[in-house]
Structure formats: structure tokens, C-alpha cells
Design a protein around this ligand. Structure first.
Ligand code: NAP
Ligand code: G4F
Length: 348
């Protein structure tokens, strides 16, 4: 009889955590999710899983070593997916110390607990394209592109990246960094740019919002679909050897273009005029200003251009994303037209 595998997910209430939990449950794993204490429930993305006997959650926090240690002893996972983070780059400029506590030291705490407990498990760390810093001259970015992090978020994640490599080399842990480029979905947090745009466009269509204020329209990102990307996380832990791999689509799109794609879904063609903070996007038919620039969303330092060179991961994992950015904008917009909040069934 084969023994059921138990996987532990930190950040299970987040976008990726919820998709990963679904994927692993579908593969027959027992899934144990770590949930941090908040002033209210944050389980919207996993509510549909909470009644399953093979899905369990416990309170824990990656800034609390004792909770991590106790959970590892109790759960004895064979795979750990460490997704918990203060994941907002812009916000990390406002709470740099906390962002480092979570994004840098949180990983170290987990790695060290695994080492101390001599736990026989595989470890995935949610690394990020933000490590590259988005300098246009380095694009597209691969595993061999130098790291030039440009935010407290990215600097914390760089510490985590090297901690994973160090524990792998020093103690032989099967620990991997998934250097993932941006991935979005209807479950994306509402203060990330794609979801902010798709939700605003849906509300404009429904007459409950007037216009949309954005920051840097020129920033370019390599946007994929989160539901697909969690499979690459799992595949990384199925490899005989741990590795650090870049995962993305290889295609870059500006914030301005993503905005156009969403408006096109409701039949509006945007016409842009003005420059910098004076730039606006108007409805070509009516002339109404629908998009304007608000410097409050600018970052002190920006990653201008992130575009993956994902060839190594495609080859090693035999995996490629299927959803392009136009399809992604469409599925997010359609979801937001039908739902005011997360909830299920969603985009499937
Ligand atoms: P997300 O939706 O913001 O989810 C973050 C998760 O971390 C949430 O479950 C959150 O809990 C939890 N968390 C935050 N602080 C915590 C703490 N101190 N202790 C325990 N849990 C904590 O992020 P995501 O988009 O799913 O991303 C998952 C991971 O991948 C993150 O590490 C992110 O930095 C990384 N990443 C994401 C992308 C992307 O494009 N999505 C790309 C590269 C890397 P609450 O629900 O209570 O807030
Ligand atoms: O959606 P964003 O906030 O995502 P960002 O900063 O690229 O970070 C995301 O992807 C990373 C991987 O590269 C992850 F590691 C990280 O955890 C997170 O998931 O911003 C995307 C771009 C930025 O250039 C930002 O300046 O959009 C620009 N932007 C323009 N207006 C805006 C806005 N971003 C936000 N959040 N809100 C705006 O109004």
C-alpha cells in the first residue's frame, strides 16, 4: 500500500497557495496549510476546501520560529512549499523592516528548523523575478542574469534565495528556488496592478466606478496565469536534484497595454494623450477620461522591464505556460464582471 504524502504550504490563503492546495489534493496529497492570525478570516480563497478531511489548516506565522518548529514536528511533511510573504513590492518601501522579517528571515527560520529536526523533506521557495531588478539591458532574464534587486521586497527575497542555496550546499537539503515571473488570476490580490485594472474595468462597465488611477504605465511585466504556474512548483520538487529555475512566458507587456486589453473586453478602445503624470486614456467613442496617472502609485525605485528567458525550466520540467496575456486579461475581466469578490466556482 502506498503511503499518503503530506505537503505543507505556507501562504495557503494567498493566490498561489489556494491553487497549489487544489493541485496537490487532486494528486492525492494530504495538504496542511499554515494560516496566520488576522483580525478577521482570510480564508476566502480556500473556503471551498475547508470541509475536506485531507485538507487541514493550523495557525502559524513565519515570523514565529516556535510555531514553525512545532508544526514541522506535528505534520512531518515530505514536501514544503514556502509561499508566505509580504508579497507587495510597493508596500515593502513603507514597511521595509517587516518585509525583511517575513521575506528574508521567514525562509531562514524554516530552513533551519528542517535542518535541526533532520526532517526528510523537499523544500520549495517562492523566489521572484524581482531579484533581477528589471534593468532593460538585462532582459530577457535567465538563471545566469546578475541579480540587482531594487526594493526592500526584492532584497529580502535575495536573502532567501541565497539561504536556500546555502542550506542545499552546506547540509544537503533538497531545496529549490522557483524564480517566477508575475502570475495573475481572478484570485489575485486587489492591490496588484492586473486585478486592480480588471476589477475597475468591470465596475466601469457596471456603472459603479468612474475611472481608474494608475502609477507607472510604462512598466513591462511577463504575465502568466497562476493556476498553471503552481504545477511548475510541484514539478520542481519532483526532480531528483534540487535546482533554481526561471519560470515565465517569455513575453513582455506594458501596464498600458494590459489596460487596453481589459477595456477592449467591454468594447472600449482607449486613446492615450499627454505625457508622464499628465497622461490620460480616453474612451475613443465618447472622449470620457477613463484612466489617469496618480504619482502615489510610483515606486521610489522601479523594476522597469521583467521578461523571462524560461528555456531551462521548459526543458527540465517539460512544462510551458498555455495562457497568453490576452487570454489572461479576458478570463480576469470575465470573472470580475460576474463576481464582486473571490468565490467559487471561479474561472475554470
Ligand atoms: P499573496 O496572494 O500575497 O499570498 C501571500 C500569502 O502569504 C498569504 O497567504 C498571506 O496570508 C501569507 N503571509 C503573509 N505574511 C505571513 C506571515 N508573516 N506568516 C505566514 N503567512 C504569511 O501572494 P502570491 O501571489 O500567492 O505569491 C506567493 C509567493 O510567491 C509569495 O512569496 C510571493 O512573494 C511569491 N511570488 C509571487 C509572484 C506572483 O506574481 N504572484 C511572482 C514571484 C514570486 P494572509 O492571507 O493572511 O495575508
Ligand atoms: O502588480 P504589481 O504590484 O506587481 P510587481 O511589483 O511586479 O510584483 C509582483 O510580481 C513579482 C514578480 O515579478 C512578485 F515577486 C511580487 O510578489 C508580486 O507578485 O506591479 C506591476 C507593475 C509595477 O511596475 C508597478 O509599478 O505595475 C506598476 N503599476 C502601475 N500602476 C502598479 C500600478 N502597480 C500597482 N500595484 N498598482 C498600481 O496602481
Amino acid at each position: 500500500m502506498t503511503k499518503t504524502k503530506t505537503a505543507l504550504i505556507t501562504g495557503v490563503t494567498g493566490q498561489d497557495g489556494s491553487y497549489l492546495a487544489e493541485l496537490l489534493l487532486g494528486k492525492g496529497y494530504h495538504v496542511h496549510g499554515i494560516v496566520r492570525r488576522n483580525s478577521d478570516f482570510t480564508s476566502k480563497r480556500i473556503d471551498h476546501l475547508l470541509t475536506r478531511p485531507d485538507f487541514v489548516t493550523s495557525y502559524g506565522d513565519v515570523v514565529d520560529s516556535s510555531s514553525l518548529h512545532s508544526l514541522l514536528v506535528e505534520v512531518k511533511p515530505v514536501e514544503i512549499y514556502h509561499l508566505a510573504a509580504q508579497s507587495h513590492v510597493g508596500v515593502s518601501f513603507q514597511i521595509p523592516d517587516y518585509s525583511a522579517q517575513v521575506n528574508a528571515l521567514g525562509t531562514l527560520r524554516l530552513l533551519n528548523a528542517i535542518k535541526e529536526l533532520k526532517l526528510d523533506c523537499r523544500f520549495y521557495q517562492a523566489s521572484t523575478s524581482e531579484l533581477f531588478g528589471g534593468l532593460p539591458e538585462t532582459a530577457p532574464q535567465s538563471e545566469s542574469t546578475p541579480f540587482t534587486p531594487r526594493s526592500p521586497y526584492a532584497i529580502g527575497k535575495l536573502f532567501s534565495y541565497w539561504s536556500v542555496r546555502n542550506y542545499r550546499e552546506a547540509y544537503g537539503l533538497h531545496a529549490s528556488n522557483g524564480i517566477f515571473f508575475n502570475h495573475e488570476s481572478p484570485r489575485r490580490g486587489k492591490n496588484f496592478v492586473t486585478k486592480k485594472i480588471s476589477q475597475a474595468v468591470a465596475r466601469i462597465k457596471q456603472g459603479t466606478q468612474d475611472n481608474l488611477r494608475l502609477g507607472n504605465l510604462d512598466a513591462e511585466r511577463d504575465w502568466g496565469y497562476a493556476r498553471e504556474y503552481v504545477e511548475a512548483m510541484w514539478l520542481m520538487l519532483q526532480q531528483p536534484q534540487p535546482n533554481d529555475l526561471v519560470v515565465g512566458t517569455g513575453v513582455r507587456t506594458s501596464v498600458r497595454r494590459f489596460t487596453e486589453l481589459c477595456f477592449a473586453e467591454i468594447g472600449i478602445v482607449l486613446e492615450w494623450s499627454g505625457k508622464g503624470v499628465s497622461e490620460v486614456g480616453r474612451d475613443k467613442k465618447t472622449g470620457k477620461t477613463l484612466v489617469s496617472v496618480d504619482p502615489v502609485y510610483f515606486r521610489a525605485t522601479e523594476a522597469d522591464l521583467l521578461q523571462a528567458d524560461p528555456r531551462r525550466a521548459n526543458e527540465k520540467l517539460k512544462w510551458k505556460p498555455k495562457t497568453d496575456v490576452a487570454k489572461l486579461a479576458q478570463l480576469m475581466l470575465r470573472y470580475d464582471l460576474a463576481h464582486e469578490d473571490y468565490g467559487f466556482p471561479d474561472e475554470a
